[in-house]
Each structure stands twice: as structure tokens, then as C-alpha cells.
Design a protein around this ligand. Structure first.
Ligand code: 3HC
Length: 297
């Protein structure tokens, strides 16, 4: 099956990034959001990211100003589900809430053409459970992208026990066309990356709680000692502490292992509403994003 038209559900950080890379790869993209305000915010993020690629220039892997305009022309925002009827693949990146996602899939199942592939960008919710909200169980997969989507090269392609082999192959080829490196994985909470990343991030919090080191010292240790681009606390603030906290619940529920359980400090930060960069405060204060200051905890 050939993919030409791409639908994206949600225009937040992940949805807008997915829409952008799909348009950059030459697809016509329709992005569905509940409110115009959310579309405007998401498209402003896309404009800022495309401007960075123009600044970089084509010789260094960026784009020209003309290409930016062409990419922008391939992107359409909508508040009407019917506008997704002709899409060949629909990628969902709405709030990480099972009921909301299921409601959305159930509504779209009777609108979008029956041979279209449905994909979810969920980082931890069971793809199999989401699949049950539709009648296209063999055409339902996970496509898990990484933040920031325009820069991160990986996409996890997740199969369920019901996924058709040809759908998996189409999704892998689609991932490559987006300029990503697809890895195949199966529907176990956290897939590959979060299965390994989440215990590491939680251990960093436990190490801090036990007085092993300060937040910036632990960050520097992993950056400079292991060559990681960001230390664990910067990455936690970047991913969002609320998102991480939610993932810990799903993973702990699936595996019942302590390494996936939330440390008390993560819960306290989430209760306080300090979600990281997006709220301006988490393990760091992000008033000046170029110079985050460790928060006294
Ligand atoms: N769009 C386009 N270009 C961008 C951009 C964007 N959104 N953000 C940054 N850039 C450009 C910058 O302009 C700069 O361009 P230049 O080299 O031409 O000057 C270049 O990218 C590098 O940016 P910075 O100097 O600001 O920052 P870094 O060198 O630190 O790179 C990073 C940024 C790639 C994000 C790097 O810090 C990194 O790899 N961090 C780790 C990210 C990570 O681990 N993500 C995964 C999170 S887990 C997840 O998403 C899964 C979920 O389920 C939890």
C-alpha cells in the first residue's frame, strides 16, 4: 500500500513534530485539534523549527527558504474529523489517556477509509488495548517518535499480536521516508527505549535522594563521563515530569518491578505542578532556558 496523505491527531509537542517531519518528507499532512488555539501554537512551533533548518542551510542538512514555504503549504490544520477521511495513515499523538485515545479511535474508525493504517505515538499505553477501540485490528500499530521529533533519528515501530506483516513493512518504509531509523519492537510497556531509559532516569532520582550527588553533579557525571547529550535531570525536565510519572505507573503496573516504580521525590514534584521545562520549573528553574538553575529541593 502506498502512503500519500498523512493525518496527525494532536498538535502538541509530539504531534506538531510528527506533522512537520511528514511534510518535510513530501507528504500532504492534515492535523486535527479540538481548538484553533492549539493548532496556532503547534504551527508556531513548526515555523520556529523550520526557521532553524533554514538558518542551518541546505549544505549542512538544512533547507532553503523556498523549501520552507513548500513544506508549510503541505500542512493543513483542521477541527473536523471528516477532513481525515482520505488519509492513508493516521498517527495519533493526543493526551496520554487511554479513554481519550479510545474515544478518538472509535470515532475515526467509521470516518477514515477502511484500508488506512492507524498508528499511535503512545510511549507506554498498550497498543493492543487501543487497537480494540477499532475494527481494523490488523492495521493498527505503534509509531513511537522521540522529542524533539525533527532532530531525533529514531522511530519505534510497534506490532501487536494482531498486526498484519504487510502493515508492519509499510510502516517501517514510511519511517525511513520520514528520514528516521525505524526499529521493530513488540507491544510490551515502554517498548525498547523507555524499557531501558525509564529505570535509568528513576535511578538518577534515587541516587539524588540518597545523597550520592547534587542534581548538576549527577547531570555532569553522565554527560561528561558517558558522553550523553543531556544529564538525566535535564532530560527529565525536557521529557516532562508528569509524563515520566505517568509512564512509571503503566510500566510498574505491567511488570510489578521496583525499577519502574516512581521515587517519592518525582511524585512530590508532580503534585506541586513542577513538570519541568514546560511549566518553567522541575529539577531546574527554566526562566532563562539557556541557563537553567538547579531548584532547591
Ligand atoms: N528543530 C530544528 N532544529 C533544531 C531544533 C528543532 N526543534 N532544536 C534545536 N535545533 C538545532 C539548533 O538550532 C542547532 O542547530 P545548529 O547546529 O545549526 O546550530 C542544533 O539543532 C543543536 O541544537 P542545540 O545546540 O540547541 O542543542 P544540542 O546540541 O544539545 O542538541 C538535542 C539538542 C538534539 C535535543 C540534544 O540535546 C539531545 O540529543 N538531547 C537528548 C534528547 C533525548 O534523549 N530525547 C529523547 C527523549 S525520550 C522520549 O522522547 C520518549 C518519550 O516517550 C519519553
Amino acid at each position: 500500500m502506498q502512503i500519500k496523505n498523512v493525518g496527525v491527531l494532536g498538535c502538541g509537542l509530539m504531534g506538531s513534530g510528527i506533522a512537520q517531519v511528514a511534510a518535510q518528507a513530501g507528504y500532504d499532512v492534515t492535523v486535527l485539534e479540538a481548538e484553533q488555539k492549539a493548532l496556532d501554537k503547534g504551527f508556531a512551533g513548526i515555523d520556529a523549527s523550520l526557521a532553524k533548518f533554514v538558518e542551518r542551510g541546505p549544505e549542512k542538512g538544512g533547507i532553503t527558504a523556498q523549501q520552507k514555504d513548500e513544506i508549510r503549504a503541505r500542512l493543513k490544520g483542521t477541527q473536523k474529523k471528516e477532513d481525515l477521511a482520505g488519509c492513508d495513515i493516521v498517527i495519533e499523538a493526543i493526551i496520554e489517556n487511554i479513554d481519550e485515545k479510545k474515544k478518538m479511535y472509535a470515532a475515526l474508525d467509521s470516518i477514515v477509509k477502511p484500508d488506512a493504517i492507524f498508528a499511535t505515538n503512545t510511549s507506554s499505553i498498550s497498543v493492543t488495548e487501543l487497537m480494540t477501540a477499532t475494527r481494523r485490528v490488523d492495521r493498527f500499530i505503534g509509531l513511537h517518535f522521540f522529542n524533539p521529533v525533527p532532530l531525533m533519528k529514531l522511530v519505534e515501530v510497534v506490532r501487536t499480536i494482531a498486526t498484519d506483516d504487510a502493515v508492519m513493512d509499510t510502516a517501517v518504509e514510511f519511517g525511513k521516508k520520514l528520514g528516521k531509523v525505524p526499529v521493530r519492537t513488540s507491544d510490551k510497556a515502554g517498548f525498547i527505549v523507555n524499557r531501558l531509559l525509564v529505570p535509568y532516569l528513576l535511578d538518577a532520582i534515587r541516587a539524588y535522594e540518597e545523597g550520592v550527588g547534587s542534581v548538576p553533579d549527577i547531570d555532569n557525571a553522565m554527560k561528561l563521563g558517558c558522553g550523553y547529550p543531556m544529564g538525566p535531570f535535564t532530560l527529565l525536565d525536557f521529557v516532562g515530569l508528569d509524563t515520566t510519572y505517568y509512564i512509571t505507573h503503566v510500566m510498574y503496573d505491567e511488570f510489578k518491578e521496583r525499577r519502574f516504580a516512581s521515587p517519592p521525590l518525582l511524585k512530590r514534584l508532580v503534585l506541586a505542578g513542577w513538570y519541568g521545562k514546560k511549566t518553567g520549573k522541575g529539577f531546574y528553574d527554566w526562566k532563562d532556558p539557556k541557563n537553567p538553575v538547579p531548584v532547591k529541593l
